[in-house]
Design a protein around this ligand. Sequence first.
Ligand code: SF4
Length: 178
Amino acid sequence: MNKIEQLAQDVGFDCMGTCSARDLVARPEVRAMCAAGKCQVYDHSWACPPACGELEDFQQQMNAYEHCLVVQTVGEMEDDFDFETMEEAGNLQKQRVLDLVEALDAAGLSADTMTLSAGTCTLCKECTYPDEPCRFPDKRLVSMEAAGLVVSEVCELADIPYNHGPQTIAYSGCVLYN
Ligand code: SF4
């Protein structure tokens, strides 16, 4: 286990896997899904499209890395309508990814990594977009989807489940490094 995997394990992710960052593809279809407003944050956050940046730039940034560590939080739901667990697991994943970024920073590794989260940025109760600049431009994280990644595809590359079975909910993020 390398240093980055060790830090992620210490943070407490439920499932982790690695793949080659060279296999990551920023797909226009994912951006099209964002633009279709499925998650209702398109054009509502500095951390989401279109404000977060062009797909080509994400592809270029990802191309600069060799390895990708996928990190997941998995929630066990009481039934298919257990929205409380879904929300809790989503929030826990966001916190864990932020903790990982902090740990990478403390280890002097954050400048050499690229971290993608799950879902939109929720650092502020209400995003300042588009009227004011982002309050935490150095801290906000873009999601894997906003970077154009098909999360299920990346999980498959990393040899971990995207779906952990009936009545579970999994949220994924990743760290790219050399
Ligand atoms: S840090 Fe705040 S202002 Fe910036 S993207 Fe996140 S929610 Fe919006």
